[in-house]
Design a protein. Structure first.
Length: 194
């Protein structure tokens, strides 16, 4: 995606504390991820992730989805803000909005997400409980390119997590999240250094 002399430009979208965004910033600080985060954008103002980004010296802004009359109008405003930075990659890191097809098409091939399951299994919500209920022996997380269909794009990389006999959805979710924090920087590095 980029030559060796120039770092890829990335915009990260969040909706909350941004723990996956924090893991990406940490990887950059440790010189293990050669990217430049141009901006962190949240659809919710005053979330912890925006404060973290600002303290890390990253431009952070909110575009409150509640200020828009439709999903389409919000996505158009969001796309305009992202386009200001001309990113090589747009990273969804706990961005809790279903995006319109127009938005997804606009950033096709440059838009990635992390999902707490071993896709194509368990698209959507409540993935940890669904894996336990199914009697699965392993669960995990996937980084994938975003397409118009929810949690359906090509998988970049996955991490597997064993499901223990005494796991609850919460204990499994905590272990999967630990792996997400390792997985996302690795997957981004794989994409930008290809």
């Amino acid at each position: 995606m980029s030559d060796n002399n120039q770092q890829s430009t990335v915009v990260i979208l969040i909706s909350g504390r941004g723990s996956n965004m924090m893991s990406i910033v940490k990887a950059i600080q440790e010189d293990s991820l050669p990217i430049n985060i141009a901006a962190v954008i949240s659809n919710r103002p005053n979330v912890a992730g925006l404060n973290f980004a600002q303290q890390a010296g990253i431009h952070a802004t909110a575009i409150d989805h509640k200020n828009f009359q439709s999903r389409e109008l919000f996505d158009q405003a969001l796309a305009q803000e992202i386009d200001k930075y001309n990113p090589d990659l747009v990273v969804l890191a706990g961005f809790m909005r279903i995006l319109t097809e127009e938005f997804v098409d606009h950033f096709a091939g440059r838009l990635i997400n992390i999902h707490p399951s071993l896709l194509p299994k368990y698209k959507g919500l409540n993935t940890h409980q669904r894996a336990i209920d199914a009697g699965d022996k392993e669960h995990g997380a996937s980084v994938h390119f975003v397409t118009a269909e929810l949690d359906d794009g090509p998988v970049v990389l996955q991490k597997h997590v064993a499901i223990l006999d005494d796991d609850t959805a919460n204990t499994l979710a905590a272990r999967v999240l630990e792996q997400e924090h390792i997985l996302y920087p690795e997957a981004i590095k794989l994409i930008v250094t290809e």
